[in-house]
Design a protein around this ligand. Sequence first.
Ligand code: SF4
Ligand code: SF4
Length: 376
Amino acid sequence: MRYEIFRDHVKLSKLGLGAMRLPQTEPGFAKPIDVPKARELIDYCMAQGVNYYDTAYIYHGGNFEVVLGQALSGYPRDSYYVADKFNVQANPDYRLQFREQRTRLGMEYIDFYMLHGVTDLTVQAYEQCGCIPFFQEQKRLGHIRYLGFSFHGTPACLRELLKKNGWDFVQIQLNYYDWFEGTAKEQYEILREHGIPIMVMEPDHGGMLANLPEECLRLLPSGGGSPAAWALRFVMQLPGVAVVLSGMSDMEQTKDNVATAASGQRLSDEEISRLKQISGMLRKKIAVPCTACRYCCDNCPQGLDIPSLLSAYNEYRDDAATLGKPEMAAWRLLRLKALPENKQPAACIGCGSCTAHCPQALEIPKYLQEMAALLQ
Ligand code: SF4
Ligand code: SF4
């Protein structure tokens, strides 16, 4: 395994296990966890030198925290690092949630603690609930070692957040598709400017880059490993990236991830340009090509943040297309529930003013209607 030195003294494995996709006994949303298989994966990772394990309060209703805590309890506490997250939408009582998490994990302290999934839409809820000073205090008390946030918002929102508090690290969605076609590169550069270590989530864009369509597969040079390995290699070679999380759900995938992380094989300029071409091809398949120009916003009588809503819709559609099961991808929209009701997709009155002002002529009310139905 290769390691990065985090903040001058913590040796973190380049690959981290994301507990969000630990094996279940059958496919489907929140089916029972296959505990023996999950423990086998965790034991394998520990044996291979993976020392970073990421979970969250909401993953599998907290059960992944329990399984992770039990699996790691057989190892010395200083041989691994656990990352966990506070979710304001799940329960704004941050004191209670933090207490519950340590109980579920069976741990006195959490190494890496985050505000979960901060976006332009949820940032206020995190800032106003009072959790940030509380978690800073928990850090002083030794119950948290490093404090950060996981982020799904715009670069402007990221800049604002970095101005207001000192953060030890930030977790962002970073993969070659979002680098070439989204704002991941800009977010990465902002964090580099601030000298903040980066944890990477979704290195294969929720599975999209591990399951490339045939025309994209033909562009991958031979001998570079699986499509998932190409995606991992792209992010692992970026300076400043401390840990790359992979949501591992079976042994074959885990072995592939571990081998890729151990090899440290770098991409050539030619190979990177192939990944850029693939991104362009995938982009054409994206459901709603909103450019976030915001021309629609001033004319919406409901004052909806249309580009942010459409961004959530695109994530949902990406996952739905990859999985082939729209109902399983609907969790992508759950963060919208944090919005006041009059700012949620269901508040759209279908006046069509947005479409009239949209340079892309997007049928916005249709997408909002679909989202509202899924959220119900
Ligand atoms: S159709 Fe909906 S989103 Fe578009 S301007 Fe009217 S209320 Fe706003
Ligand atoms: S006007 Fe169209 S492209 Fe621009 S932000 Fe609104 S929906 Fe997106």
